[in-house]
Design a protein around this ligand. Structure first.
Ligand code: NAI
Length: 349
């Protein structure tokens, strides 16, 4: 039997390392391309069985048309989030599978790392001590113990973050469209309406997916409802936050700190080295001027365990579809449930 042919876009050295190692068990024929998938290069996918993409490869309807025209039946996302795919455009033409969970611990732990750094200002202390400056003025933090954290989205990552924060002795409030009452009882947190969460939280951390309902949930209106000096952490997706409104909140000191692993216009910069060029994104440039803003470049997932899981689940998704016509991690364009049977039966379940 001919080996399955898989083309990976946006391949970084670490992708190549982990996928090549994992491929010892699968023996696919793999082609790695460095560039993001777009209309400019989608023709390169011709002749492959599956197209494998990451968060900043945009499957627009134009791109989907070309992929479908080349009779490619599977797009394998190397991510959990799928907001970069026009699911309507692929419906009934191309199956889209994802890696639903690869590092919920890694992402939650990174969110906590941002909180701790911003609170205790270790990102500033690091530079001071390297410069023989051992003055601690300006590095004052607060005890997390006894403070209130607000978690928006209590899925896999949100629940792990809650478990850690409860371990610090924090009171935890949560908001989710589908509350998990058993987990709330077990972990000792409370579901509240979103306005109560905004009003009472000292730290707000975003762990919901980007959907039409969650786009820009952090905006001028919601920020106005928050405590003065609130800390906002976003390891979800950039567009959950209206960045200009966030900047306004930082300028007026309404927002005390922001930890951002994602940014709404991250495609141009994140994951790449731009250190020798001039930044032309004025919004990102302004964000980088605040000493109480800590930006990481979508690295929350980036652990050894995650890269192994991503490679394994992606290859397993591809193998299961082509060998057994099974799609355990497919995303439905209507209900966004990876186990939905709409493509097969016409109905979500
Ligand atoms: P999940 O699917 O387990 O949980 C998401 C939760 O959000 C669910 O409980 C869902 O009911 C809730 N939700 C959906 N719509 C909501 C709304 N309108 N308001 C409040 N809650 C809502 O997802 P998981 O694995 O916990 O990941 C969460 C998000 O984290 C992903 O969608 C992705 O965007 C982001 N992520 C970021 C990574 C990074 O490296 N920065 C890596 C992996 C995921």
């Amino acid at each position: 039997m001919k080996p399955l042919r898989v083309v990976l876009f946006d391949s970084k050295p670490y992708d190549i390392e982990f996928f090549t190692k994992m491929n010892e068990s699968y023996q696919f024929e793999i082609k790695y391309f460095k560039s993001h998938l777009s209309m400019d290069n989608v023709e390169l996918a011709k002749g492959y069985d599956a197209v494998c993409v990451f968060v900043n490869d945009n499957i627009t309807s134009d791109v989907a048309d070309v992929i479908a025209a080349h009779n490619i039946k599977l797009i394998a996302l190397r991510s959990a989030g799928y907001n970069n795919v026009d699911l309507k455009a692929v419906y009934k033409r191309i199956h889209v599978v994802r890696v639903p969970s690869y590092s919920p611990h890694g992402v939650a732990e990174h969110a906590i790392a941002l909180m701790l750094s911003l609170n205790r200002k270790t990102h500033k202390a690091y530079f001071r001590t390297r410069d023989n400056n051992f003055n601690i003025a300006g590095l004052l933090g607060f005890d997390m113990f006894g403070k209130t954290a607000g978690i928006i989205g209590t899925g896999q990552i949100g629940l792990i973050a809650i478990r850690i924060l409860r371990g610090f002795g924090m009171r935890v409030l949560a908001f989710d469209m589908f509350p998990k009452t058993d987990a709330a009882k077990e972990l000792g947190f409370e579901y509240v309406d979103i306005d109560t969460l905004y009003r009472e939280s000292d730290i707000i951390s975003l762990h919901c997916p980007l959907t039409p309902e969650t786009k820009n949930i952090i905006n001028a209106e919601s920020i106005a409802k928050m405590k003065d000096g609130v800390m906002i952490i976003n390891t979800g997706r950039g567009k959950l936050i209206h960045t200009i409104d966030l900047i306004e909140g930082l300028k007026t000191h309404k927002i005390g700190a922001a930890g951002l692993d994602v940014y709404e216009e991250e495609t141009q910069y994140f994951f790449e080295d731009h250190s020798s060029s001039i930044m032309n994104d004025d919004v990102l440039a302004r964000l980088l001027t605040f000493s109480n803003v800590l930006i990481t470049s979508h690295q929350a997932f980036f652990t050894q365990e995650a890269l192994t899981n991503i490679a394994q689940t992606t290859f397993e998704n591809i193998k299961l579809y082509f060998e057994k016509n099974e799609l355990p991690n497919e995303i439905c364009y209507q209900c966004s449930n990876e186990k939905c049977l709409r493509q097969e039966t016409g109905k979500c379940f």
